[in-house]
Write a protein that binds this ligand. Structure first.
Ligand SMILES: *Cc1c(COP(=O)(O)O)cnc(C)c1O
Length: 423
C-alpha cells in the first residue's frame, strides 16, 4: 500500500471526544490492566511485609502465610471450591501444563488417551503435542461453524483408554462459551478427569467447579485485572480425588504439587482481583454486554459484508470477533493504529498466518485476515466504543473504495466464478 494512502487513513480531522485518550486499549483478552485497588492490596507485600510464606519460625513468615491463605479463600469463593484445592502457579500456561502433564503421568497405567479440541490456547495444544511425542494418543476434536464443540463428537472420541478431557471454558479469540457442564457430566459418568482452561471465563461469568463438574481448572491473574506472572490451578480433592505428578521439584510447596517460594505480592493481588470480580461481575458483565452490542450494531448498520464469528448466544459479554470482508487485513490494522485490538492473523516469524481458531470455524484465509477481535474490559467507556466504531467504519469504507474485489461484488459479479489469470 502506498505511504500516502496509509497516511490519509490514519489521520483524523475530528477532535477527540471528551474523555478519550489515544491509543485506546481494547485487547482485554490478551491482558488486562492492573486494577488500582489490586495494586493497593499488593503494595504492603512489595515493601514492608516481605516474609517467605514457608518460614514457619517467625512472624515475617506467618504474616506472609496469612496473606496467602486469605487469597486462597478469595479465589476459592469465586469458583466454588475449598481453599485447599487451590495450587498457586506462575500463570495459566503453567497451570495448563501441570494439569495435563500431571494427569498424563499419574494415570498412564490406566490409559494413554487424551481428548482436547483444535481451538484451545497454545498452552494446551503444545502441551498435548509434547505428550504425543512421549507416546500418548491425543484426539483434537473439531468445532462446529459457531465454534462450539459437539458433545456427540466427544462421546464418539472417548474410549477405554481415555484418562483426560481438556476443553476450554471460553475462547480467548472468539469468546464462545463451551458446554462445560455437559462435558463435565459426561466425563464423570465415564470416570474421566475433566480439565478446563477457564482463563477467559473466571471473573467474567459465573463459574462453579461443583455445578460445572470440573476436576481441574486453570486461571490467570493478568486476565482479570490482577498482576502478571501469577495464576492458579484448582485440583479437586473429593468425588473424585484428583492426583497429579508434580512438574517442578524442590521443597514440596503447595502440597508437593508445585515447589518454589510463593509469589506473595502476586498471590495477594490475584486474591484481591478475584474478590473484586466476585462483587462486580454481574453489573460489569451487563455493562460490557451492552457496550458490545452497541459496537456490533453500529458497525453492522454502517457497513455491509461484515460477519460476526462464534456463537453469539453462548458468548463472553466483552468479546466481539468480526470480519470485514473485502478489506485487506494488514491495511485495516494500519488504518486503526491508534486502537489496540487483535487481528485474525497470528504473526509467526516472517509470515502472516491466518488464525487457526478462525480457520477451524471454516473461514477462508482472506476472511480470517480481515477479522478483528475486540476485547472490551472494565476500563473501556462508551465514548471509546464510539471512537473505535467511527474509526473502523471510516477506514473500512476508505479501503473498500480502493478495493477492486468490493467493486466487483457490488456490481453483482460472483467472485467464485472468476478465473484469475495465473502469474
Ligand atoms: C492468556 C491465556 C492463557 C495463558 O495465561 P498466562 O497466565 O499468560 O500464562 C491460557 N489460556 C487462555 C485461554 C488465555 O487466554
Amino acid at each position: 500500500m502506498p505511504e500516502s494512502i496509509g497516511m490519509n487513513i490514519t489521520q483524523s480531522t475530528k477532535p477527540l471526544p471528551e474523555g478519550v485518550k489515544l491509543p485506546i486499549y481494547m485487547d482485554n483478552h490478551a491482558t488486562t490492566p492492573l486494577d488500582p485497588r489490586v495494586l493497593e492490596a499488593m503494595m504492603p507485600y512489595l515493601t514492608g511485609i516481605f516474609g517467605n510464606a514457608a518460614s514457619r519460625n517467625h512472624s515475617f513468615g506467618w504474616e506472609a502465610e496469612q496473606a496467602v491463605d486469605k487469597a486462597r479463600e478469595q479465589i476459592a469463593k469465586l469458583i466454588g471450591c475449598t481453599a485447599k484445592e487451590i495450587i498457586f502457579t506462575s500463570g495459566a500456561t503453567e497451570s495448563d501444563n501441570l494439569a495435563i502433564k500431571g494427569v498424563a503421568e499419574m494415570y498412564k497405567e490406566k490409559g494413554n488417551h487424551i481428548i482436547t479440541q483444535v481451538t484451545e490456547h497454545k498452552a494446551v495444544l503444545d502441551t498435548c503435542k509434547k505428550l504425543e511425542k512421549q507416546g500418548f494418543r491425543v484426539t483434537y476434536l473439531p468445532v462446529q461453524a459457531d465454534g462450539l464443540v459437539d458433545i456427540e463428537d466427544l462421546k464418539r472420541a472417548i474410549d477405554d483408554q481415555t484418562i483426560l478431557v481438556s476443553i476450554m471454558y471460553a475462547s480467548n479469540e472468539i469468546g464462545v462459551i463451551q458446554p462445560v457442564k455437559e462435558i463435565g457430566a459426561l466425563c464423570h459418568e465415564k470416570g474421566i478427569i475433566f480439565h478446563t482452561d477457564a482463563v477467559q471465563a473466571v471473573g467474567k461469568i459465573p463459574v462453579n467447579v461443583q455445578t460445572d463438574n470440573i476436576d481441574l481448572l486453570s486461571l490467570s491473574g493478568h486476565k482479570l485485572y490482577g498482576p502478571k506472572g501469577v495464576g492458579a490451578l484448582y485440583v479437586r480433592r473429593r468425588n473424585p480425588r484428583v492426583q497429579l505428578t508434580e512438574q517442578i521439584n524442590g521443597g514440596g510447596h503447595e502440597r508437593g504439587m508445585r515447589s518454589g517460594t510463593l509469589n506473595v505480592p502476586g498471590i495477594v493481588g490475584l486474591g484481591a482481583a478475584c474478590e473484586i470480580c466476585m462483587n462486580e461481575m454481574e453489573a460489569e458483565g451487563k455493562r460490557e454486554f451492552e457496550l458490545r452490542e452497541y459496537l456490533k450494531n453500529k458497525l453492522e448498520t454502517a457497513l455491509d459484508y461484515t460477519q460476526v464469528n462464534g456463537n453469539m448466544e453462548h458468548h463472553l459479554p466483552g468479546n466481539l470477533n468480526m470480519s470485514f470482508v473485502y478489506v485487506e487485513g494488514e491495511s485495516l490494522l494500519m488504518g486503526i493504529n491508534d486502537i489496540a485490538v487483535s487481528s485474525g492473523s497470528a504473526c509467526t516469524s516472517a509470515t502472516l498466518e491466518p488464525s487457526y481458531v478462525l480457520k477451524a470455524l471454516g473461514l477462508g484465509d482472506d476472511v480470517a485476515h480481515s477479522s478483528i477481535r475486540f476485547g472490551l474490559g472494565r476500563f473501556n467507556t462508551k465514548a471509546e466504543v464510539d471512537y473505535v466504531a467511527d474509526k473502523l467504519i471510516d477506514v473500512v469504507q476508505k479501503l473498500r473504495e480502493l478495493s477492486p474485489l468490493y467493486e466487483m461484488v457490488k456490481e453483482g459479479i460472483d467472485l467464485t466464478k472468476i478465473e484469475w489469470a495465473a502469474h
